[in-house]
Design a protein around this ligand. Structure first.
Ligand code: BTN
Length: 259
């Protein structure tokens, strides 16, 4: 881990306590360590580069300089089961932040559970990690965000992209600009969640959901299921209509194209 505090951070809303690094193994690892030591709600770990960036389902997250890597510690007063709802708040915040710093030609959509697509390719991903107390209440939540600004990995199962590739070079989108816009957007969406619950987030997310109402294949840990992506439940699980007309609730899977 190098360079703690040496970067000049962008100005962030006062709700955030930023901790900046040139290079870390994984901002999620750093944030989880800080959370365990009692770091306050709003602690935000940002690094220019990661050497062991992690994605969902045990995958690596390529993390060269030029892209956005951050992890935020939150301590909302809610049960562990409600934590996934904040993944949707985060996806909406990234989507709206991209919309605010990029040209209007860019089309942002959301792929369940927490990917943000630009022109149908993955531009950002979210990794949620949490700890609950003995009663099932959330003790801390770490929300890790990786957003491709200047580069994207090649050869991924689901195609990836980055903001410069999608044509925003002219507008000189920077990591700092995206970070600032993301923090402002996240405040809006988290405050909406605190005031009005998950329903407004669910509505906003479904309004731009990738493959909603279409046939999808879901890759679960041990099997695959196909059906129509119908809706989200009250915690953000995917509601899949099977061929016999029944609807099943899926909490963790990878969505791939259906047949
Ligand atoms: C995904 O698989 O889509 C989630 C990717 C999450 C990557 C981010 S980068 C910042 C934070 N630190 C990590 O090691 N992972 C997350």
């Amino acid at each position: 881990m190098t360079g703690a505090g040496t970067e000049t951070p962008p100005i962030l809303p006062p709700a955030f306590n930023p901790v900046f690094f040139d290079k870390v193994d994984s901002t999620n690892e750093v944030a989880k360590g800080l959370a365990e030591k009692g770091a306050a709600d709003g602690t935000l770990v940002w690094a220019r580069e990661q050497t062991k960036g992690r994605g969902r389902r045990g995958k690596d997250w390529a993390s060269p300089p030029g892209n956005l890597y951050l992890s935020l510690v939150l301590r909302p007063d809610c049960p562990l089961t409600a934590a996934p709802q904040l993944g949707f708040a985060t996806a909406l915040a990234i989507g709206h932040a991209i919309g605010s710093v990029c040209p209007p030609l860019i089309a942002v959509t959301y792929k369940w559970p927490n990917d943000v697509l630009v022109n149908d390719r993955k531009a950002a991903g979210i990794l949620l990690e949490s700890k609950a107390d003995a009663s099932g209440a959330l003790e801390w939540l770490v929300i890790g965000v990786g957003a491709n600004v200047a580069s994207h990995p090649e050869g991924t199962v689901f195609p990836a992209t980055d903001l410069h590739f999608e044509g925003s070079l002219e507008s000189e989108v920077t990591v700092e600009a995206l970070l600032g816009a993301f923090c402002r957007q996240l405040l809006t969406w988290v405050n909406s969640w605190l005031d009005d619950g998950f329903a407004p987030l669910k509505r906003a997310w479904l309004g731009h959901a990738h493959r909603l109402g279409e046939r999808v294949t879901l890759r679960l840990a041990d099997r695959e299921m196909s059906g129509i992506f119908r809706d989200l439940d009250e915690n953000g699980a995917l509601l899949l209509e099977l061929d016999d007309g029944s609807v099943t609730t899926v909490t963790a899977a990878e969505v791939s194209y259906g047949a």
